[in-house]
Design a protein around this ligand. Sequence first.
Ligand code: ADP
Length: 615
Amino acid sequence: MYKENGNISIHTENIFPIIKKWLYSDKDIFVRELISNASDAISKLKRLASIGEANINADTKFEVRVLYNKDNNTIKFIDNGIGMTADEVKKYINQVAFSGAEDFISRYKDKMDEANQIIGHFGLGFYSSFMVSEKVEIDTLSFKEGAEAVKWRCTGGTEYELEASERSERGTTVTLYLDEEGKEFLNEYKLREIIEKHCSFLPVEIYLENEKEERKEDRKPLNDTQPLWTKNPKDCTDEEYKEFYTKVFKDFKEPLFWIHLNVDYPFNLKGILYFPKLKHELDASEGQIKLYNNQVFVADNIKEIIPEFLLLLKGVIDCADLPLNVSRSFLQKDANVIKISKHITKKVSDKLTELFKKERDKYNSFWDDINVFIKYGCMRDESFYDKVKDILIFKTTNEEYITLQQYLERNKEKHEKKVFYVNDEVQQAQYVKLFKENNLEAIILNSAIDSHFINFLEMKESGVQFNRIDSDLSDVLKDNEAAVDESKAKELEDMFKANLGKDKLTIKVESLKATRIPAIMLLSEHSRRMQEMSAMFRGMDVKNMFPSEETLVINKNSELINALLDMSNNEDKKEDIKLICEHIYDLALIGNKQLGAEEMAKFIERSNKILEKLI
Ligand code: ADP
C-alpha cells in the first residue's frame, strides 16, 4: 500500500478562508455541488457503457446516496459512477478543481458583490465542501479495469494525503467531517429541503438516509429523474402538465395554458412556460421562472437570461448551453443568451397567435388574465409587439372582444381614429349608458398598466387617439338634426354661469342624441392625463399647474332644461332656478366622480330642500 503526501498546486495560500468567507451567505450550495458531481459521475459511466467503453452489470441500480451521521458529525455523498484513479484524483481534484477555485478568486477578488451574484457559483464545485468541513475525504475506485482504489484527505490547507484504499465497489464516497458551523446541516429536514430545492429533477435517483439506521425497503428517491420538460411534448398529457405545475409552483389554481419548449439546435433548450391564472392583478408580480442547467436548479428569475416580461409567467427552463460561470452583467451580452431569449419570445408569440387563430373563444376567455402580461411584453420588447400587435384584443362595453383594427373599422363613420375607453365601469356607468343609448361602443381598459399602454399605442399606431368615455364627446353625441337656437343657448349658458359662479367651468349647450339627461360633465383628455402623470411626482402642485378642464354640457333635448328656460323670466322663480342649476351641476358631477366632503354635504342639504318643496 502506498501513501503520498503532497502539496496542492496552488498559489493563493489563503484560498480556503476566502472561499469560506465569500460563500458564507449561500453555504447550502455544497450539497448541490457534491450531488451533481456524483450524478455526473454516473451519467459519464452510462455514456461510456453505451458506446462500449465500460462494462456495467445490466442490473446495476444507479443512485446517489446522502448519508448523515450525527455521532460522527459526517455527511457522505456516495455514488456508483465512474470513480477516479489516483492520477485522476491528482489531476481533477488537486489541480483542476483547485485551479478552478483559484481562477474564480483571482477573477473576482476585487468584485465581491459581483462574485456573490454569480449564478450558483458554478465551477467552484468540489471545494465548496470546505465551507462547512474541517476535513474532507474522498474514497474512490475507478471503473477502469485493474484500477486501484484510493483515498484522498485534506484538512482545508494546501496539503493533501493520498493513499491506497480498501474500497472494492466502483464509485466514489466523499465524506465531509463537519466543522462547528457546518453541524447545522446534520438535520434531515434541512438537508431534504436543500436537496429538493436544487436537485429535484436530477437525472439520477437521490436518497437521503440516516447512516445509523438500516436502509428502508420502501425508500423513495427525493427527486424526479425524468421531469416533464425532458419528455417529448407529444408524449405529455394535459393532466401531466397540470400536475407538474401544481407540484413545482405550489399553485393550486390551474394554469390557463402552457408552452413546451424543446430545441436541440442551434442550442439546447428545454422547458415549459405556464400562463397562470391571476387572482387579481397584483398577482402578476408573482411569476417565477426557474432556471436549470442539465436538470440542476440554478436560480429563480434571472432577468439577464429570460426576457424580463416573461418573468410574469411561471415556468422551468433547462439550458445546458449557458455560460453559468460568468458574471450576470456579462451574460446579457452573450450571443447564446440573446438567441435563447429571442427564441423564447418567438415561441410565446407563436402560441398566442395560434390560440387567437384557432381557438378564439378560449383566447378571449383568457384575455382578462393574460392581457397585463402581453401589454407589458409589448412595451418592454418591440419585437414582441410586432409579433402580437394584430392579436391584441379589447373587451368592449358590449362584452365583445375585438382588435383595435376592428374597433376602428366599425366606428369610423362615427368617430374616425378615436378610441373611447372606460377605466372604471362603476364610476363611468352614466356615460356607458349614454353610449349604449346612442349605439356607440367603448373598450374597457381597467388595468393599472393601461394608462401607459395607451400612450404606447398612440406612439405606435399613427393617428389613433384614445379618449376616456367622459372626454370630449360633443361631436359624437351631438344631434345634428336638432340645431340649438343660438340665443337660447346663450341664455342657458348665462343662466348657469351666473348661478353656479364657477369661473373655470366651460358651459356648452348642445342637443344630445337619444337622451333626456339634463347635463353631463366632460373632462379634457389631455389635461386629465397631464394631471395623472404629474400626480406621480410628489410634492408638485398638480392642481395649479394643470387645472382640469371641465365642460358642463347642457342638453337642449332635456325637458327639464326647456322648462328651466321657460322659467327664466319669472322673477319669483329666481331661487328655484338657482337650486335647479346647482342640482343639475351636482348630478352631472356625481356621474363623473365622487363628490368631496363639502360638496356632498351641500348636495344632501339641497336634495332635502327640493323634497320639502314637493310637500
Ligand atoms: P466541476 O464539477 O465543475 O468540473 P469540481 O470541482 O466539482 O468541478 O470537480 C472537479 C472534477 O473532479 C470533476 O470534473 C470530476 O472529473 C472529478 N470529480 C468530482 N467528483 C467526482 C465524483 N463523485 N466521481 C468522479 N469524479 C469526480
